[in-house]
Design a protein around this ligand. Structure first.
Ligand code: CA
Length: 237
């Protein structure tokens, strides 16, 4: 078998480190581990991994500072490993350049899905493909970027311009969490105030139009305190 991508894991808790290492080895990933931030940064520079898994609570430095340092020279996808209660920390990590996060305790399926999504996004970016995407498909929902059309079960859904922009942004990044502040800036520009009300209103309208039951969405999920994640779909080129 050809080895899959290489993963660098920076995590000080030994049981989590060995759980992740075993899981990824079984899936044929090449895995290297570091138990503190300094070691992680050194290994990242020498190995140039395809993905970094980063615990935010490290003994020698704050994981947030590891992200800042890495982002000075590397655009490797970073998936943050964090505790359930630290929403603000997760949002900050994402806004500083982390690509995604996974909440402890997590299972194998979720871990592998996050890694696959990050690899897919970084490959798309490297290939400069993102701009050439034509449409997103997930279940009955199609978001056609080129024609500015959204259909559900083949029926056209009428969206306002802002709603369409918002849904397209999420669809192009499907599988990945986008923070409130990232979305606000992308849709309303850098000078928008950081009150999310306008975003919530638009999202509620979108959900009313595309979800069977807006309270139990199938397409766009809320990541409480952080942002939104659209279900991973197929992109056509
Ligand atoms: Ca830790």
């Amino acid at each position: 078998m050809i080895p899959k991508s290489s993963v660098l894991l920076i995590e000080d808790e030994e049981n989590i480190r060995s759980f992740i290492a075993t899981t990824l080895k079984n899936q044929n990933y090449k895995i290297t581990t570091a138990s503190c931030g300094t070691e992680g940064l050194h290994l990242c520079a020498s190995l140039c991994p395809d993905v970094v898994l980063l615990d935010l609570g490290l003994p020698d430095m704050d994981g947030i500072d590891v992200i800042k340092k890495l982002r000075e020279w590397s655009c490797v996808p970073i998936i943050v490993i964090s505790a359930r209660t630290h929403e603000q920390e997760k949002a900050k990590a994402l806004d500083l350049g982390a690509d995604d996060y996974i909440t402890k305790p997590f299972g194998t399926v979720e871990l592998l899905a996050r890694i696959r999504t990050s690899l897919r996004h970084s490959n798309q970016l490297n290939a400069g493909n993102n701009a050439g995407l034509l449409a997103y498909h997930h279940g009955d929902l199609v978001v056609n970027y080129e024609k500015h059309l959204v259909t559900l079960k083949g029926e056209m859904i009428h969206l306002t311009q802002i709603e369409f922009k918002l849904l397209s942004l999420l669809a192009k990044n499907s599988g990945k969490v986008l923070t409130y502040s990232y979305i606000m800036e992308k849709i309303w520009g850098p000078y928008v105030d950081n009150n999310n009300q306008i975003l919530r209103v638009n999202m509620a309208n979108i959900r009313r139009k595309i979800e069977k039951n807006p309270a139990a969405p199938e397409h766009v999920f809320t990541e409480i305190g952080i942002g939104y994640r659209m279900a991973e779909g197929d992109q056509s080129l």
